[in-house]
Design a binder for this molecule. Structure first.
Ligand code: SF4
Length: 452
Protein backbone atom coordinates (compact mmCIF):
# COMPACT_ATOMS: atom_id res chain seq x y z
CA UNK A 1 0.00 0.00 0.00
CA UNK A 2 1.03 3.58 -0.60
CA UNK A 3 -0.30 6.38 1.60
CA UNK A 4 -0.22 10.11 0.99
CA UNK A 5 -1.69 12.92 3.07
CA UNK A 6 -1.49 16.66 2.44
CA UNK A 7 -2.39 19.53 4.75
CA UNK A 8 -2.93 23.17 3.74
CA UNK A 9 -2.10 23.09 0.05
CA UNK A 10 -4.52 24.83 -2.38
CA UNK A 11 -6.09 22.49 -4.98
CA UNK A 12 -4.91 19.59 -2.89
CA UNK A 13 -6.28 16.96 -5.28
CA UNK A 14 -3.84 18.00 -8.02
CA UNK A 15 -0.87 17.62 -5.67
CA UNK A 16 -2.29 14.29 -4.43
CA UNK A 17 -2.71 13.07 -7.99
CA UNK A 18 0.93 13.73 -8.87
CA UNK A 19 2.19 12.39 -5.58
CA UNK A 20 0.23 9.15 -5.70
CA UNK A 21 1.58 8.54 -9.21
CA UNK A 22 5.02 8.26 -7.65
CA UNK A 23 3.70 5.65 -5.22
CA UNK A 24 2.11 3.52 -7.96
CA UNK A 25 4.83 0.86 -7.52
CA UNK A 26 3.36 0.13 -4.05
CA UNK A 27 0.09 -1.15 -5.46
CA UNK A 28 -1.73 -1.42 -8.73
CA UNK A 29 -5.05 -2.94 -7.77
CA UNK A 30 -6.82 0.27 -6.91
CA UNK A 31 -6.48 3.89 -5.83
CA UNK A 32 -8.55 6.33 -3.83
CA UNK A 33 -8.58 9.97 -2.83
CA UNK A 34 -10.56 11.95 -0.25
CA UNK A 35 -10.62 15.66 0.54
CA UNK A 36 -12.58 17.99 2.81
CA UNK A 37 -13.88 21.10 1.02
CA UNK A 38 -14.09 24.57 2.61
CA UNK A 39 -17.52 23.73 4.07
CA UNK A 40 -16.15 20.66 5.83
CA UNK A 41 -17.84 18.24 3.43
CA UNK A 42 -15.91 15.08 2.64
CA UNK A 43 -15.48 14.28 -1.05
CA UNK A 44 -14.15 10.95 -2.23
CA UNK A 45 -13.31 9.10 -5.43
CA UNK A 46 -12.05 5.52 -5.64
CA UNK A 47 -11.57 2.91 -8.34
CA UNK A 48 -9.90 -0.33 -9.36
CA UNK A 49 -6.80 -0.27 -11.56
CA UNK A 50 -3.95 2.18 -12.05
CA UNK A 51 -4.02 5.80 -10.91
CA UNK A 52 -4.29 7.09 -14.49
CA UNK A 53 -7.31 4.95 -15.24
CA UNK A 54 -9.16 6.05 -12.09
CA UNK A 55 -8.65 9.81 -12.01
CA UNK A 56 -9.25 12.31 -14.81
CA UNK A 57 -9.49 16.11 -14.99
CA UNK A 58 -13.18 16.01 -13.96
CA UNK A 59 -12.77 13.80 -10.89
CA UNK A 60 -9.69 15.74 -9.76
CA UNK A 61 -11.48 19.10 -10.14
CA UNK A 62 -14.45 17.82 -8.12
CA UNK A 63 -12.22 16.87 -5.16
CA UNK A 64 -11.99 20.37 -3.75
CA UNK A 65 -10.21 21.61 -0.67
CA UNK A 66 -6.76 22.13 0.79
CA UNK A 67 -6.59 18.98 2.94
CA UNK A 68 -6.68 15.48 1.49
CA UNK A 69 -5.48 11.90 1.44
CA UNK A 70 -4.79 9.37 -1.31
CA UNK A 71 -3.81 5.70 -1.47
CA UNK A 72 -2.75 3.03 -3.92
CA UNK A 73 -3.71 -0.50 -3.03
CA UNK A 74 -2.29 -3.91 -3.64
CA UNK A 75 -4.65 -6.73 -2.90
CA UNK A 76 -4.19 -9.95 -1.06
CA UNK A 77 -6.51 -12.83 -1.81
CA UNK A 78 -8.46 -12.26 1.42
CA UNK A 79 -9.27 -8.67 0.52
CA UNK A 80 -9.89 -7.27 -2.92
CA UNK A 81 -12.52 -5.25 -4.72
CA UNK A 82 -13.63 -1.63 -4.58
CA UNK A 83 -14.89 -1.77 -0.98
CA UNK A 84 -11.36 -2.36 0.23
CA UNK A 85 -9.83 0.59 -1.63
CA UNK A 86 -8.92 3.23 0.93
CA UNK A 87 -9.28 5.89 2.28
CA UNK A 88 -12.31 4.79 4.28
CA UNK A 89 -14.85 7.43 5.27
CA UNK A 90 -16.69 7.47 8.62
CA UNK A 91 -19.56 9.62 9.83
CA UNK A 92 -19.67 10.56 13.51
CA UNK A 93 -21.52 13.11 15.64
CA UNK A 94 -18.16 14.54 16.74
CA UNK A 95 -17.17 15.11 13.10
CA UNK A 96 -16.65 13.06 9.98
CA UNK A 97 -13.24 11.52 9.46
CA UNK A 98 -11.21 9.48 7.02
CA UNK A 99 -8.70 6.69 7.69
CA UNK A 100 -6.17 4.76 5.60
CA UNK A 101 -3.46 2.31 6.60
CA UNK A 102 -0.48 0.41 5.23
CA UNK A 103 0.93 -2.81 6.68
CA UNK A 104 -0.79 -5.35 8.87
CA UNK A 105 -1.98 -5.75 12.44
CA UNK A 106 -1.25 -9.12 14.01
CA UNK A 107 -3.64 -9.14 16.96
CA UNK A 108 -6.94 -8.19 15.34
CA UNK A 109 -8.99 -11.34 15.99
CA UNK A 110 -9.77 -10.76 19.70
CA UNK A 111 -10.29 -7.05 19.10
CA UNK A 112 -12.78 -7.63 16.28
CA UNK A 113 -14.57 -10.20 18.45
CA UNK A 114 -14.85 -7.91 21.44
CA UNK A 115 -16.07 -5.01 19.28
CA UNK A 116 -18.67 -7.28 17.69
CA UNK A 117 -19.78 -8.42 21.15
CA UNK A 118 -20.38 -4.76 21.93
CA UNK A 119 -22.67 -4.47 18.90
CA UNK A 120 -20.28 -2.98 16.34
CA UNK A 121 -20.69 -4.06 12.72
CA UNK A 122 -18.05 -3.87 10.01
CA UNK A 123 -18.28 -3.22 6.29
CA UNK A 124 -14.82 -4.15 5.06
CA UNK A 125 -13.02 -5.95 7.90
CA UNK A 126 -9.92 -3.88 7.04
CA UNK A 127 -7.50 -3.01 9.82
CA UNK A 128 -8.17 0.68 9.20
CA UNK A 129 -11.88 0.12 9.84
CA UNK A 130 -11.00 -1.58 13.11
CA UNK A 131 -8.72 1.33 13.98
CA UNK A 132 -11.54 3.83 13.28
CA UNK A 133 -13.83 1.90 15.66
CA UNK A 134 -11.13 1.87 18.34
CA UNK A 135 -10.61 5.64 18.05
CA UNK A 136 -14.33 6.25 18.49
CA UNK A 137 -14.62 3.77 21.34
CA UNK A 138 -12.72 6.25 23.50
CA UNK A 139 -14.82 9.04 24.89
CA UNK A 140 -12.20 11.74 25.43
CA UNK A 141 -12.74 15.17 23.87
CA UNK A 142 -9.09 15.06 22.89
CA UNK A 143 -8.74 13.15 19.62
CA UNK A 144 -4.99 12.63 20.10
CA UNK A 145 -5.68 10.87 23.38
CA UNK A 146 -8.23 8.66 21.63
CA UNK A 147 -5.74 7.79 18.89
CA UNK A 148 -2.99 7.05 21.43
CA UNK A 149 -5.30 4.74 23.37
CA UNK A 150 -6.42 2.98 20.19
CA UNK A 151 -2.82 2.42 19.09
CA UNK A 152 -1.78 1.06 22.49
CA UNK A 153 -3.91 -2.02 21.90
CA UNK A 154 -2.43 -2.77 18.48
CA UNK A 155 0.52 -4.95 17.47
CA UNK A 156 2.05 -5.32 14.02
CA UNK A 157 3.76 -3.34 11.30
CA UNK A 158 1.62 -0.41 10.22
CA UNK A 159 1.23 3.22 9.36
CA UNK A 160 -2.10 5.03 9.58
CA UNK A 161 -3.27 8.40 8.31
CA UNK A 162 -6.36 9.93 9.92
CA UNK A 163 -7.95 13.08 8.49
CA UNK A 164 -10.67 15.39 9.78
CA UNK A 165 -11.90 18.55 8.07
CA UNK A 166 -9.06 20.59 9.58
CA UNK A 167 -6.41 18.16 10.83
CA UNK A 168 -4.15 15.37 9.62
CA UNK A 169 -2.67 12.70 11.91
CA UNK A 170 0.20 10.45 10.85
CA UNK A 171 0.93 7.32 12.94
CA UNK A 172 3.79 4.81 12.70
CA UNK A 173 4.03 1.54 14.64
CA UNK A 174 6.35 1.36 17.63
CA UNK A 175 8.90 -0.78 15.74
CA UNK A 176 8.91 1.50 12.71
CA UNK A 177 8.36 -1.50 10.44
CA UNK A 178 6.55 0.49 7.77
CA UNK A 179 8.03 3.71 6.35
CA UNK A 180 6.42 7.15 6.64
CA UNK A 181 8.07 10.44 5.72
CA UNK A 182 7.20 14.09 6.33
CA UNK A 183 7.70 16.79 3.70
CA UNK A 184 7.04 20.53 3.42
CA UNK A 185 5.10 21.98 0.50
CA UNK A 186 4.63 25.76 0.47
CA UNK A 187 2.78 26.68 3.66
CA UNK A 188 1.57 23.12 4.08
CA UNK A 189 2.84 19.63 4.85
CA UNK A 190 2.90 16.26 3.11
CA UNK A 191 3.11 12.81 4.69
CA UNK A 192 3.96 9.90 2.42
CA UNK A 193 4.83 6.20 2.59
CA UNK A 194 7.93 7.10 0.61
CA UNK A 195 9.84 10.32 0.07
CA UNK A 196 9.84 9.73 -3.73
CA UNK A 197 6.33 11.28 -3.76
CA UNK A 198 7.73 14.66 -2.68
CA UNK A 199 9.87 15.60 -5.66
CA UNK A 200 7.10 15.51 -8.29
CA UNK A 201 4.88 17.91 -6.33
CA UNK A 202 7.74 20.23 -5.35
CA UNK A 203 7.77 19.22 -1.67
CA UNK A 204 10.97 19.05 0.37
CA UNK A 205 11.81 16.14 2.66
CA UNK A 206 11.76 17.17 6.35
CA UNK A 207 12.20 13.92 8.32
CA UNK A 208 10.86 10.42 8.88
CA UNK A 209 7.94 9.93 11.26
CA UNK A 210 9.54 8.13 14.21
CA UNK A 211 8.60 4.66 15.47
CA UNK A 212 5.61 4.99 17.82
CA UNK A 213 4.99 8.61 16.82
CA UNK A 214 1.65 10.27 16.18
CA UNK A 215 2.22 13.52 14.34
CA UNK A 216 -0.68 15.96 14.37
CA UNK A 217 -0.71 18.62 11.64
CA UNK A 218 -3.12 21.55 11.87
CA UNK A 219 -3.21 25.36 11.94
CA UNK A 220 -1.03 25.33 15.06
CA UNK A 221 1.73 23.57 13.08
CA UNK A 222 3.24 20.20 14.02
CA UNK A 223 2.67 18.40 17.32
CA UNK A 224 4.36 15.13 18.12
CA UNK A 225 3.17 12.46 20.58
CA UNK A 226 4.28 8.88 21.22
CA UNK A 227 2.00 5.98 22.11
CA UNK A 228 4.66 3.58 23.36
CA UNK A 229 7.81 3.67 25.44
CA UNK A 230 9.00 0.33 24.04
CA UNK A 231 10.46 1.54 20.82
CA UNK A 232 12.66 -0.86 18.89
CA UNK A 233 13.43 0.23 15.40
CA UNK A 234 12.96 -2.61 12.87
CA UNK A 235 12.33 -1.10 9.45
CA UNK A 236 11.10 -3.69 6.88
CA UNK A 237 14.20 -4.96 5.07
CA UNK A 238 12.11 -5.82 2.01
CA UNK A 239 11.38 -2.11 1.53
CA UNK A 240 15.10 -1.59 0.91
CA UNK A 241 15.53 -4.86 -0.99
CA UNK A 242 12.51 -4.76 -3.30
CA UNK A 243 9.46 -2.66 -2.47
CA UNK A 244 10.58 0.97 -2.32
CA UNK A 245 11.67 3.16 -5.19
CA UNK A 246 15.43 3.74 -5.52
CA UNK A 247 15.03 7.52 -5.22
CA UNK A 248 13.38 7.21 -1.79
CA UNK A 249 15.30 7.81 1.43
CA UNK A 250 14.06 5.71 4.36
CA UNK A 251 15.24 6.28 7.92
CA UNK A 252 18.33 8.10 6.67
CA UNK A 253 19.38 5.59 4.01
CA UNK A 254 18.84 6.01 0.28
CA UNK A 255 17.29 2.90 -1.28
CA UNK A 256 19.56 2.89 -4.37
CA UNK A 257 22.63 3.31 -2.16
CA UNK A 258 21.48 0.36 -0.02
CA UNK A 259 21.00 -1.84 -3.09
CA UNK A 260 24.38 -0.86 -4.59
CA UNK A 261 26.09 -1.73 -1.32
CA UNK A 262 24.25 -5.05 -1.05
CA UNK A 263 25.46 -5.87 -4.59
CA UNK A 264 29.06 -5.10 -3.61
CA UNK A 265 28.78 -7.30 -0.53
CA UNK A 266 27.15 -10.06 -2.58
CA UNK A 267 30.12 -10.00 -4.98
CA UNK A 268 32.51 -10.42 -2.05
CA UNK A 269 30.43 -13.24 -0.55
CA UNK A 270 29.83 -15.10 -3.83
CA UNK A 271 32.52 -14.38 -6.45
CA UNK A 272 32.35 -16.24 -9.77
CA UNK A 273 34.12 -16.18 -13.13
CA UNK A 274 31.73 -14.74 -15.70
CA UNK A 275 31.52 -12.41 -18.73
CA UNK A 276 28.63 -10.11 -17.83
CA UNK A 277 26.42 -9.09 -14.90
CA UNK A 278 22.70 -8.77 -15.66
CA UNK A 279 20.13 -7.38 -13.23
CA UNK A 280 16.45 -8.28 -13.23
CA UNK A 281 14.69 -4.98 -13.95
CA UNK A 282 13.77 -2.75 -12.18
CA UNK A 283 14.36 -3.39 -8.50
CA UNK A 284 17.56 -5.44 -8.95
CA UNK A 285 19.45 -3.06 -11.22
CA UNK A 286 21.15 -1.13 -8.41
CA UNK A 287 22.37 -4.37 -6.77
CA UNK A 288 23.61 -5.63 -10.17
CA UNK A 289 25.58 -2.38 -10.61
CA UNK A 290 27.11 -2.90 -7.17
CA UNK A 291 28.04 -6.51 -8.00
CA UNK A 292 29.61 -5.38 -11.28
CA UNK A 293 31.55 -2.54 -9.62
CA UNK A 294 32.99 -4.82 -6.93
CA UNK A 295 33.73 -7.82 -9.19
CA UNK A 296 35.00 -5.88 -12.20
CA UNK A 297 32.66 -7.92 -14.45
CA UNK A 298 30.90 -5.59 -16.96
CA UNK A 299 27.28 -4.69 -16.28
CA UNK A 300 25.01 -5.32 -19.27
CA UNK A 301 21.35 -4.87 -20.04
CA UNK A 302 20.55 -8.48 -20.82
CA UNK A 303 16.88 -8.19 -19.86
CA UNK A 304 14.41 -5.50 -20.83
CA UNK A 305 11.23 -4.86 -18.93
CA UNK A 306 7.99 -4.07 -20.66
CA UNK A 307 6.76 -0.98 -18.91
CA UNK A 308 3.28 -0.61 -17.47
CA UNK A 309 3.10 -4.19 -16.18
CA UNK A 310 2.40 -4.90 -12.51
CA UNK A 311 5.05 -6.32 -10.15
CA UNK A 312 4.91 -10.10 -10.13
CA UNK A 313 4.68 -10.95 -6.50
CA UNK A 314 2.28 -8.14 -5.78
CA UNK A 315 -0.29 -9.67 -8.12
CA UNK A 316 -2.46 -11.76 -5.84
CA UNK A 317 -3.03 -15.02 -7.65
CA UNK A 318 -0.42 -17.55 -8.72
CA UNK A 319 -1.82 -17.92 -12.25
CA UNK A 320 -1.58 -14.16 -12.79
CA UNK A 321 1.98 -14.17 -11.45
CA UNK A 322 3.07 -16.88 -13.82
CA UNK A 323 1.58 -15.13 -16.81
CA UNK A 324 3.05 -11.84 -15.58
CA UNK A 325 6.69 -12.90 -15.93
CA UNK A 326 6.24 -14.02 -19.55
CA UNK A 327 4.66 -10.76 -20.50
CA UNK A 328 7.01 -8.45 -18.70
CA UNK A 329 10.63 -9.45 -19.48
CA UNK A 330 12.44 -9.87 -22.77
CA UNK A 331 16.02 -11.21 -23.09
CA UNK A 332 18.46 -9.27 -25.30
CA UNK A 333 19.81 -12.11 -27.47
CA UNK A 334 22.78 -10.23 -28.95
CA UNK A 335 24.09 -9.44 -25.46
CA UNK A 336 23.50 -12.85 -23.90
CA UNK A 337 24.59 -15.19 -26.72
CA UNK A 338 27.68 -17.19 -25.79
CA UNK A 339 28.12 -15.39 -22.43
CA UNK A 340 28.62 -16.65 -18.89
CA UNK A 341 26.05 -14.58 -17.02
CA UNK A 342 25.82 -13.47 -13.37
CA UNK A 343 22.10 -12.89 -12.91
CA UNK A 344 21.42 -10.58 -9.94
CA UNK A 345 17.93 -10.56 -8.47
CA UNK A 346 16.72 -8.78 -5.33
CA UNK A 347 14.98 -11.75 -3.71
CA UNK A 348 13.37 -15.12 -4.37
CA UNK A 349 9.94 -15.75 -2.94
CA UNK A 350 8.39 -18.77 -4.64
CA UNK A 351 11.06 -19.20 -7.29
CA UNK A 352 8.53 -19.17 -10.15
CA UNK A 353 9.88 -15.95 -11.63
CA UNK A 354 13.57 -16.87 -11.21
CA UNK A 355 13.06 -20.28 -12.83
CA UNK A 356 11.53 -18.65 -15.89
CA UNK A 357 14.25 -16.00 -16.11
CA UNK A 358 17.06 -18.58 -15.97
CA UNK A 359 15.29 -20.44 -18.78
CA UNK A 360 14.85 -17.21 -20.78
CA UNK A 361 18.59 -16.48 -20.52
CA UNK A 362 19.59 -19.98 -21.59
CA UNK A 363 17.17 -19.89 -24.55
CA UNK A 364 18.76 -16.58 -25.55
CA UNK A 365 22.19 -18.25 -25.73
CA UNK A 366 23.75 -17.78 -22.27
CA UNK A 367 26.27 -20.60 -21.70
CA UNK A 368 26.21 -20.37 -17.89
CA UNK A 369 23.76 -18.68 -15.50
CA UNK A 370 25.02 -17.93 -11.97
CA UNK A 371 22.18 -16.57 -9.83
CA UNK A 372 23.08 -14.10 -7.07
CA UNK A 373 20.36 -12.90 -4.71
CA UNK A 374 20.75 -9.54 -2.95
CA UNK A 375 18.90 -10.73 0.16
CA UNK A 376 19.09 -13.77 2.46
CA UNK A 377 17.14 -16.99 1.82
CA UNK A 378 13.45 -16.27 2.42
CA UNK A 379 12.17 -19.03 4.69
CA UNK A 380 9.33 -17.54 6.73
CA UNK A 381 6.09 -15.69 6.00
CA UNK A 382 5.63 -11.98 6.61
CA UNK A 383 2.90 -11.05 9.06
CA UNK A 384 3.24 -7.32 8.51
CA UNK A 385 1.49 -6.83 5.19
CA UNK A 386 3.97 -8.01 2.54
CA UNK A 387 2.43 -10.86 0.57
CA UNK A 388 5.32 -13.33 0.73
CA UNK A 389 2.85 -16.19 1.03
CA UNK A 390 2.87 -19.38 3.08
CA UNK A 391 6.02 -21.29 4.14
CA UNK A 392 5.06 -24.23 1.89
CA UNK A 393 5.14 -21.94 -1.14
CA UNK A 394 8.52 -20.36 -0.37
CA UNK A 395 11.37 -21.82 -2.42
CA UNK A 396 13.80 -21.89 0.50
CA UNK A 397 11.56 -22.80 3.43
CA UNK A 398 12.54 -26.47 3.26
CA UNK A 399 15.35 -26.61 0.73
CA UNK A 400 19.11 -26.42 0.98
CA UNK A 401 21.04 -23.99 -1.21
CA UNK A 402 21.97 -26.85 -3.57
CA UNK A 403 18.36 -28.01 -3.85
CA UNK A 404 17.15 -24.48 -4.54
CA UNK A 405 19.87 -24.07 -7.21
CA UNK A 406 18.75 -27.28 -8.89
CA UNK A 407 15.09 -26.17 -8.80
CA UNK A 408 16.02 -22.96 -10.61
CA UNK A 409 18.15 -24.75 -13.19
CA UNK A 410 21.09 -22.42 -12.41
CA UNK A 411 24.82 -23.25 -12.55
CA UNK A 412 25.33 -21.76 -9.11
CA UNK A 413 23.32 -19.82 -6.53
CA UNK A 414 24.39 -17.42 -3.79
CA UNK A 415 22.48 -15.38 -1.23
CA UNK A 416 23.31 -12.52 1.14
CA UNK A 417 23.67 -13.22 4.84
CA UNK A 418 21.38 -11.35 7.27
CA UNK A 419 24.51 -9.58 8.63
CA UNK A 420 25.49 -8.37 5.15
CA UNK A 421 21.91 -7.14 4.57
CA UNK A 422 21.98 -5.20 7.84
CA UNK A 423 25.39 -3.70 7.09
CA UNK A 424 24.21 -2.47 3.69
CA UNK A 425 22.30 0.38 5.41
CA UNK A 426 25.69 1.91 6.39
CA UNK A 427 24.44 1.88 9.98
CA UNK A 428 21.54 4.27 9.24
CA UNK A 429 18.56 1.96 9.68
CA UNK A 430 17.88 -1.09 11.84
CA UNK A 431 16.12 -3.76 9.82
CA UNK A 432 13.37 -6.32 10.30
CA UNK A 433 14.55 -9.41 8.45
CA UNK A 434 11.96 -11.76 9.96
CA UNK A 435 10.99 -13.41 6.66
CA UNK A 436 14.65 -14.47 6.38
CA UNK A 437 15.50 -15.19 10.02
CA UNK A 438 12.16 -16.01 11.69
CA UNK A 439 12.84 -13.36 14.39
CA UNK A 440 9.69 -11.26 14.40
CA UNK A 441 9.69 -7.78 15.98
CA UNK A 442 6.28 -8.52 17.54
CA UNK A 443 7.66 -11.70 19.14
CA UNK A 444 5.11 -14.47 19.46
CA UNK A 445 2.24 -12.23 18.37
CA UNK A 446 2.35 -13.00 14.69
CA UNK A 447 -0.74 -14.90 13.77
CA UNK A 448 -2.96 -12.19 12.27
CA UNK A 449 -4.26 -12.26 8.77
CA UNK A 450 -3.37 -9.29 6.65
CA UNK A 451 -6.35 -7.03 6.52
CA UNK A 452 -5.28 -3.76 4.94
S1 SF4 B 1 8.96 -10.06 7.68
FE1 SF4 B 1 10.07 -9.48 5.80
S2 SF4 B 1 8.59 -8.50 4.46
FE2 SF4 B 1 7.70 -8.59 6.53
S3 SF4 B 1 8.22 -6.63 7.49
FE3 SF4 B 1 9.86 -8.04 8.07
S4 SF4 B 1 11.39 -7.81 6.42
FE4 SF4 B 1 9.50 -6.86 5.69
Amino acid sequence: MGLLGIYNVPNVSTALYYGIHNLQHRGQEGAGMATFDENGKCLRHRGLGLVDSIFDAKSISELKGSIGMATVRYANIANSGLDTVQPLFFRHSSGDFVVAGDGCLVNTKPIFESLEDMGNVFQTGLDSELFAHLIKKRKSEDRIENIINALRGLEGGFTFLVMTKNRLYACRDKNGIKPLALGKLGDGYVVSSESCAFEIMGAKFVRDIEPGEILCIDNKGLRSNFYSEEKRHCMCGMEFIYLARPDSDIDGCNVHAYRMESGRRLARLWPVEADIVVGVPESSLSAAMGYSEESGIPYEMGLVKHKYMGRTFIQPEQQLREMGVKLKLSPVHSILKGKRVVLVDDSIVRGTTSLKIVKLLREAGATEVHVRIASPMMKYPCYYGVDTSTPEELLCSNRTLEEACKMLGADSLGYMTPEASRESTFGCAELCLACFTGEYPSGDIKCGKCNF
